[in-house]
Design a protein around this ligand. Structure first.
Ligand code: C5P
Length: 223
């Protein structure tokens, strides 16, 4: 496609969701939350009582996902729908995130979602949030960012996010979850989590949202 792409990859809790939403809004570009597609695949599979060891079945579910996203005003999260039912909160639970990272390790599932992700690339441009945006889905992207932060800081941010959503979680459990998920994302053989060779790595530990956004905008040559 002809539209420019900014890829923002990195581990969970590094601030990608917040930053990419602000960035897309600032630029007036489209936003792809690829993690949501894996979460939606997991949710759809759970609703259909699928076998989480059956890769072919999960890939079929991924290919058949009937989803849509609705933009929201200011800093509210984008609204997410599965089969016309709103699941914005449901896909953010730890249970769904855990199942998502399991289905995401399956090559047939990743394959089934590939073209759907590329279809988000429309004028005037796309901000793509995920783990393999710069390495696999949009290898020719104009701008590539890899956001990281220490595991403690990422667990702490996720903790506050989940509390805000009214979910009850324990911080030590969250640190364990985040480390387990990182390990799965980094060590899987298909599209493992790693910075693209031409990505700019930004460590967000101790930085404010505005400071991160400034650094990311600087990479794109805009301020
Ligand atoms: O970013 P988020 O936490 O919503 O992603 C959920 C899971 O989906 C991640 O833990 C990861 O395993 C998987 N994922 C992926 N590739 C992407 C985006 C997400 O494997 N591009």
């Amino acid at each position: 496609s002809e539209a420019p792409v900014i890829t923002v990859d990195g581990p969970g809790g590094a601030g990608k969701g917040t930053i990419t939403q602000l960035l897309a809004r600032r630029l007036g570009w489209h936003l792809l939350d690829s993690g949501a597609l894996y979460r939606l695949t997991a949710l759809s599979a759970m609703k259909q009582d699928a076998d989480f060891d059956d890769e072919a079945q999960l890939a079929r579910i991924a290919g058949e996902l009937a989803v849509h996203f609705e933009p929201t005003p200011e800093d509210e999260p984008v609204r997410v729908f599965l089969d016309d039912e709103e699941v914005t909160r449901e896909i953010r639970t730890e249970a769904c995130g855990d199942k998502a990272s399991r289905v995401a390790a399956m090559p047939a599932v990743r394959d089934a979602l590939l073209q759907r992700q590329r279809d988000f690339c429309q004028p005037p441009g796309l901000v793509a949030d995920g783990r393999d945006m710069g390495t696999v889905v949009f290898p020719d992207a104009e701008y590539k960012i890899f956001l990281t932060a220490s595991a403690e800081e990422r667990a702490w941010r996720r903790y506050q996010q989940l509390l805000e959503q009214g979910q009850s979680v324990k911080l030590p459990d969250l640190v364990k979850d985040i480390e387990a998920r990182d390990e799965r994302d980094i060590n899987r053989s298909t599209a493992p989590l790693k910075p693209a060779e031409d990505a700019r790595v930004v460590d967000t530990t101790g930085l404010s949202i505005e400071e991160v956004l400034d650094q990311v905008l600087a990479v794109t040559g805009r301020t």
